[in-house]
Design a protein around this ligand. Structure first.
Ligand code: F6P
Length: 548
């Protein structure tokens, strides 16, 4: 077997053993599994890098995890992870190494890529980012009219937006002394207009963040930003003090008109959705300062070390991944909910959607053969307790099985009255209600009229993971990000897919370019799409004609 030709996981003996095992487990309930086994929670709770994973509320017996770990072994997960850490070109369809782990490697350590150590380059960029951040934060970096920066606006999309946007929100409490932050991603003009409506151009710094520096949305927004700034300050020279770039494409940056001296680079071995620890995190560093940014990198690195060293049976990312595979491929779950019980993590589900779904939303394996199993689940979620009053009904009593990750902290950063105890009690209670439900007999015993008993009973047996840390800090956020990055890696490795390409986003981009030219064409274009697409284009042109 070559690394490009994985054995389809269904053909692995461990997969077949898990199918047999699932048949024996499917009728067992968590009520029964917990009853008479007081050590279950302890046995199925794991800790690493400041995080605790309680996996006991999954539909697993003592045989399940060893079988899942055997699946990982037979799928060569360890060997594949080592290939990543060694800088091999594991992103086979783009012929690229995948080395986001190098972005958080400590100074002085070494990761070789084609014989050259990349760690010094990583730290050289981090040092430049730190020096720049200090200048902006201290007010030493001044704008074109001599005023310091009050607000930084990140213009980017996908991985050049979701990571820094999520982390800036998550670490708001650590952003004292830094500039305010705004994010513009959508090409919808409303995004730019609303983000800048109340800003003073003389005190605004734009970070144009794009790995490729060719992304339509980002370049369109960046051009609009330049027009907004130059229009207000009346001088093209203002761009030099109000625009910096984050990219791997120095030529594109220069062509756009940003001085490459004001560019912070990274490398093609960093995937967009894995890039928060690179210069893509510049706006975050500006907000929280270099020391706290480095603390986040340390948390990521601690999780990298744990992932690399810990046995599969106690390896948090591997366990999370394998339990996800158990729920999806063996128990039939099609989606996965991520439910942070912390307002600061409000954007974490959106961030994970790209991380997970762009990585593992694949239908062919590494060698191009159609996969024989389902791959990445639909990832969704929003903070508790809001979700409880919206979609939790379906989680508890709907027909679909939705495994959930509950994320929470034992201490709040904003102690006010008993809010945090109420928040945490809701987290705990939801995991309990999902796992154990409320059987019809119990409901009937409460005197509920028989016709309402089916409506008021809860089947339970719905799996969840609980992931806790003491406090939300840059370090724990870093560990959490590393946890999910490696979870996604392990799942992709078991499914035998390329988790690091994203060809599925290309067709829409190409078609949009064609449609855009047809919308704009001065003469009525000959439309050669299907009847629906043609009509949608004509409707837009007609509206334009009427309103012009
Ligand atoms: O279109 C998808 C994508 O390529 C993502 O993978 C990426 O994070 C995003 O676009 C933005 O790309 P860039 O950073 O090159 O602008």
């Amino acid at each position: 077997m070559t690394s490009n030709e994985p054995v389809p996981p269904r053909r692995l003996p461990a997969w077949r053993a898990l199918e047999d095992h699932a048949r024996s487990v499917v009728h067992r309930t968590m009520r029964e599994l917990f009853a008479g086994d007081p050590g279950r929670a302890e046995r199925l709770t794991f800790e690493a890098a400041g995080l605790v994973l309680d996996a006991s509320k999954n539909r697993v017996t003592d045989e399940t995890i060893p079988l899942l770990c055997e699946l990982a072994r037979q799928a060569d997960v360890r060997e594949r992870a080592e290939a990543m850490f060694r800088g091999e070109r594991i992103n086979v369809t783009e012929n690229r190494p995948v080395l986001h782990v190098a972005l958080r490697a400590p100074r002085g350590s070494s990761i070789l890529l084609d014989g050259a150590d990349v760690v010094p380059d990583v730290h050289a960029v981090l040092d430049r980012m730190a020096a720049f951040s200090e200048r902006v934060r201290s007010g030493e970096w001044i704008g074109h009219t001599g005023r310091p920066v009050h607000t930084v606006v990140n213009i980017g999309i996908g991985g050049s937006d979701l990571g820094p946007r999520m982390a800036a929100r998550a670490l708001t409490a650590y952003a004292d002394g830094g500039p305010a932050t705004r994010f513009v991603s959508n090409v919808d003009p409303t995004a730019f207009v609303e983000a800048t409506r109340d800003l003073d151009p003389a005190e605004t710094l734009f970070v144009v963040c794009s790995k490729s520096f060719t992304t339509l949305e980002t370049l369109t927004n960046a051009r609009t930003a330049r027009g907004w700034l130059v229009g207000a300050l009346g001088d093209d020279a203002a761009v030099a003090r109000h625009f910096v770039a984050v990219s791997t494409n120095a030529e594109g940056v220069a062509e756009f008109g940003i001085d490459v001296g004001n560019m912070f680079g990274f490398w093609d071995w960093v995937g967009g959705r894995y890039s928060l620890a690179s210069a893509v995190g510049l706006i975050l560093m500006l907000a929280i300062g270099p020391a706290r940014f480095r603390e986040m990198l340390d948390g990521m690195h601690a999780m990298d070390d744990h992932f690399r060293a810990a046995p599969l049976e106690r390896n948090l990312p591997a366990l999370l991944a394998l339990l996800g595979i158990w729920n999806a491929n063996f128990l039939g779950a099609a989606s996965h909910a991520v439910l942070p019980y912390d307002e600061y993590l409000a954007l974490f589900p959106a961030y994970l959607q790209q991380l997970d779904m762009e990585s593992n939303g694949k239908r062919v394996d590494l060698s191009g053969r159609p996969v024989e199993t389902d791959t990445g689940p639909i990832v969704w979620g929003q903070p508790g307790t809001d979700g409880q009053h919206a979609f939790f009904q379906l989680l508890h009593q709907g027909t679909r099985l939705v495994p959930c990750d509950f994320l929470g902290f034992l201490e709040t950063l904003n102690p006010v009255g008993n809010h945090h105890a109420l928040l945490y009690s809701n987290l705990v209670a939801q995991t309990e209600a999902l796992a154990f439900g409320k059987p019809a007999e119990e409901v009937a015993a409460e005197g509920v009229p028989p016709e309402l008993v089916p409506h008021k009973s809860f089947p339970g047996n719905r799996p969840s993971n609980t992931i806790l840390a003491d406090r939300l800090t840059p370090w724990t956020l870093g560990a959490l990000i590393g946890l999910y990055e490696h979870k996604v890696f392990v799942q992709g490795a078991v499914w035998g897919i390329d988790s690091f390409d994203q060809w599925g986003v290309e067709l829409g981009k190409t078609l949009a370019a064609r449609v855009a030219s047809e919308l704009d064409a001065p003469d009525e274009p000959v439309l050669r799409h299907d009847s629906s697409t043609n009509a949608l284009i004509r409707r837009w042109r007609e509206t334009r004609r009427r309103t012009r």
